[in-house]
Design a protein around this ligand. Structure first.
Ligand code: NAD
Ligand code: TDX
Length: 339
């Protein structure tokens, strides 16, 4: 009989996590989603889930009174809520400071007061980037070196969690995952932007030369790992999550999307690069695999990202009502930046 509080559960990864929990984890008897419903959150991401099982509370993780009550009333809190898009953080860092830093601090104080189990969701970007020819991967002991306002605030939030574990002994775990893709991802992000560009009759857009490498992982594989950490992870520990796609660059991903959607593989255009663009991320998930027995289901040596991309493309094709209303605005914002 465990109750679960999920912050940011109406966003991309959080909503997939809530759906997976309802379908596969009956040990969680009730789930409350705390979400501000920013431009990135969407109540429809939870559509179809039983009201008896899932409750959506619209609110801000910086609202200390609300957070205190919700944390107190639940056994476990999983913290996904964040401002999550690098390009937005270059235009206006302020919501990133608010949500990622003050919001995480607010949750940690409630967790400390009520002595509750907490899991913090973080990212590979806190480690900065690697050169293309650097054979190393990020591990749990890699030093932090964030590049953008987004990754700096995520790094700051991780440091807060580390400090609350060390100084106050809170019952927390953490995970740092690589780039996710899959259903319900906002169309400002690379993969869904290109899929919906093609579906809308627009040309896919590659930043700069497209040599950059992201260690892509399907969102369900990420969320499987989070569940494993919740059930078997060691309190106080951090786990790196990655699916070994660190040999695939952006150019190869956009070519594969074009090919899978029936276009010539070169049917995309190069647009202005991102300022300060991180070159390569690569994750070493050995600890998670050996200690907790995790393995990705969507990535395999033979097909790489193909299986996950086919599923994701089919989802956007079948759910045009979900993405269409945001498309013009997203593309107008990118157009102003030459992207
Ligand atoms: P997202 O932008 O799709 O969703 C974020 C959600 O948080 C939205 O529903 C939004 O409404 C909510 N939110 C924002 N500010 C809030 C606030 N102040 N109070 C309450 N709710 C608020 O993001 P995502 O891609 O699903 O990322 C989720 C988490 O995973 C983030 O912490 C992100 O840093 C981390 N992460 C993401 C990726 C990725 O590739 N997307 C990879 C690794 C880690
Ligand atoms: O249109 C595009 N064309 C393009 O070439 C967009 C939107 C992006 N790109 C490039 C930039 C990156 O190298 O694709 C790569 C991926 O870009 P994003 O989807 O914006 O992801 P990224 O900046 O790598 O960050 C993502 O992974 C780590 C998530 O957005 C973060 O929340 C997560 O922490």
């Amino acid at each position: 009989m465990t109750s679960l509080l999920v912050t940011g559960g109406a966003g991309f990864i959080g909503a997939n996590f809530v759906r997976q929990t309802v379908e596969q984890h009956p040990e969680y008897t009730h789930i409350t989603v705390l979400d501000k419903l920013t431009y990135a959150g969407n109540a429809d991401n939870l559509k179809g889930l039983p009201d008896s099982k899932v409750t959506l509370v619209q609110g801000d993780i910086c609202d200390a009174e609300l957070v205190d009550t919700l944390v107190k009333d639940h056994d476990v809190t999983v913290h996904f809520a964040a401002e999550s898009h690098n390009d937005n953080s270059l235009n206006d860092p302020s919501p990133f400071i608010h949500t990622n830093l003050i919001g995480t601090y607010t949750l940690l104080e409630a967790v400390r007061k009520h002595n509750k189990r907490f899991h913090h969701i973080s990212t590979d970007e806190v480690f900065g980037d690697l050169e293309l020819d650097d054979p190393n991967r990020f591990t749990e002991t890699t030093a932090y070196k964030p590049s953008s306002p987004y990754s700096a605030t995520k790094a700051g939030s991780d440091h807060l969690v580390h400090a609350w574990i060390r100084s106050f002994g809170i019952q927390a775990t953490m995970s740092n995952c690589s780039n996710n893709y899959g259903p319900y991802q906002h169309i400002e992000k690379f993969i869904p932007r290109q899929i919906t560009n093609i579906l809308a009759g627009l040309t896919p857009k590659l930043y700069g030369t497209g040599e950059q490498v992201r260690d892509w992982i399907h969102v369900d594989d990420h969320n499987d790992a989070v569940h494993l950490i919740l059930s078997k992870g060691k309190i106080g520990e951090t786990y790196i999550i990655g699916a070994d796609n660190d040999h695939v660059n952006n150019k190869q991903v956009i070519e594969l999307i074009c090919e899978l959607m029936g276009l010539d593989k070169n049917a995309y255009e190069h647009v202005a690069d991102r300022p300060g663009h991180d070159m390569r991320y690569a994750m070493d998930s050995t600890k998670l695999r050996t200690e907790l027995g995790w393995a990705p289901k969507y990535t395999d040596v033979d097909s790489g990202m193909r299986k996950g991309l086919e599923q994701t493309i089919a989802w956007y094709r079948d759910n045009e009502d979900w993405w269409r209303p945001a498309k013009n605005n997203v593309e107008a914002t990118y157009a102003k930046q030459g992207q």
